[in-house]
Design a protein around this ligand. Structure first.
Ligand code: ADP
Ligand code: MG
Length: 449
């Protein structure tokens, strides 16, 4: 296979995994320039493009190429013939995985993919999740008949995976002969891509169309992936017509997943939608108590209260703090006092503050979009400059809490209404444009580097 054919095949597969606009923006003008000693060099048109592919699609590209040509071990991106090394930073980032300790060994069932550690009896219920929990229990009692699909949504670390798996485990306990499959939508996508490249579509289809219960976690990841959505739509229908139970989670309700195909959205909305919000202080304490008990540990009420009042965002972090405390106690053997706990948790709880300034934000925005800093300030109305300029205004407003007139004055003496318009436009767009959200996050990372 020539380099050209290889890249064309790879692009065909990548196209299945990313949204159409993304594919066009990031992959259209790329070519496989060279492949030597395990390093594939991909030519890209500009620095922004390179950065984006490196940060967002490195693993996907590597995996796809490796599948087709197993000798590929690494990818490098080149702009106009200049070769760049993969930065240390991205490698570092890949290495840093969330700190999570396992106190007990649990074995994931290879048949169902369910982890037995997620159960109803260790799922704490409060007003924040009681609807979802009750709906989950109801589903286990009336498989496929009552709420189908059950669609659970909520933010990160609030218990969606726990609940979905608890439902799966409970069904398995009650009806041992039912065929259950749990998987994330990312896994679904990558299996589909594999099946397509290996001509294994038939077995892929039957694998998911002959189950009795299908549980798909984090469905929002298939948003925008047209082929994946299409295949999932057919699987969904096949199962649904036979009253097979389907359970789905996402980080948002179906109507807020902007690039979800309408027909899938209306299928999701045809069952029961239940949300999980954030637990209040009492519930957070109850969760901590349940977790310490589960780990056969004792921690005083004041320490639990301290953790629960300082960590409110999600349950995963709550658990992380508790684990850290228990481990350092086990390592040091010191008595668990409140002041000791505060010391141990100091870097989780009071995150070091970082500062930025006006100039830094402008620099990072200009660098990110590969334009001159003066382009942000002067009056040119070219489309490719207007967007970076609006992003700069938005970031200055968000990060520095600067006043609108101040921002306008600094950015080429513009009227404050222009700034208000820009800030509102970007903050609205971010809500349903994941790419813009990621773009802003990347810039922020640079600002606070
Ligand atoms: P999500 O899938 O929403 O990101 P997870 O289900 O992975 O969140 O939950 C994160 C962690 O918090 C897991 O260890 C899980 O067991 C725990 N957890 C979440 N909700 C509860 C709950 N209601 N009771 C007990 N533990 C919970
Ligand atoms: Mg999850």
């Amino acid at each position: 296979m020539t380099l050209k054919q290889l890249w064309k095949t790879a692009l065909g597969e990548i196209e299945l995994c990313v949204s159409k606009p993304n594919f066009i923006t990031w992959f259209k003008n790329t070519e496989l320039k060279n492949k030597k000693e395990g390093i594939a060099i991909i030519n890209v048109p500009n620095g922004f493009n390179k950065e984006w592919l490196q940060n967002k699609y490195y693993n996907l590209i590597l995996k796809t190429l490796k599948n087709l040509s197993p000798d590929v071990k690494e990818i490098q991106f080149a702009i106009g013939g200049n070769f760049f090394q993969k930065t240390e930073k991205t490698q570092e980032k890949e290495a840093i995985k969330e700190e999570q300790l396992e106190f007990e060994e649990f074995h994931i069932d290879p048949e169902t993919n369910l982890n037995p550690k997620y159960r109803f009896d260790n799922f704490v219920v409060g007003s924040f999740n009681e609807l979802a929990q009750a709906a989950g229990i109801a589903v286990t009692k009336h498989l496929g008949k009552l709420y189908n699909p059950l669609f659970v949504y909520g933010g990160v670390g609030l218990g969606k995976t726990h609940l979905l798996q608890a439902i799966g485990n409970e069904i398995k306990r009650k009806y041992p002969s039912k065929k259950i499959k749990y998987l994330s939508s990312e896994k679904y996508t990558s299996e589909l891509v594999d099946a397509l490249s290996k001509k294994g579509m038939e077995s892929f289809k039957t694998k998911y169309r002959k189950v009795d219960i299908l549980i798909v976690d984090d469905i929002h990841f298939i948003a925008g992936k047209e082929k994946t959505q299409e295949e999932f739509f057919h699987t969904f229908n096949t199962l649904h017509q036979q009253n097979k139970q389907i359970i789905i989670s996402a980080d948002r309700p179906p109507k807020a997943i902007s690039t979800l195909a309408d027909r899938l959205r209306s299928r999701f909305e045809g069952g029961m939608i239940a949300d999980i919000s954030s637990p209040d202080l009492e519930t957070r304490i109850a969760i901590l108590k349940a977790k310490t008990k589960e780990k056969n540990f004792e921690i005083s009420e004041d320490i639990l209260h301290y953790i629960a009042s300082n960590i409110s965002k999600n349950i995963r972090e709550l658990e992380g703090a508790l684990n850290r405390l228990i481990v350092s106690h086990q390592l040091n053997g010191k008595e668990l006092s409140l002041s000791y706990a505060k010391k141990i948790l100091s870097n989780i709880i009071s995150k070091p503050k970082t500062f930025t300034n006006f100039k830094k934000i402008l620099n990072c925005v200009a660098e990110f979009y590969d334009i001159d800093i003066n382009d942000l300030i002067n009056k040119c109305r070219k489309k490719e400059l207007v967007h970076p300029r609006q992003v700069a205004m938005y970031l200055i407003r968000e990060e520095l809490k600067a006043s609108y007139p101040f921002i306008g004055e600094k950015l080429g003496n513009r009227d404050h209404t222009t700034v208000i318009y820009a800030c509102e436009k970007i903050s609205k767009q971010i809500q349903d444009d994941n790419n813009l959200q990621q773009e802003i996050n990347l810039i922020k990372e640079r600002i606070y580097q």
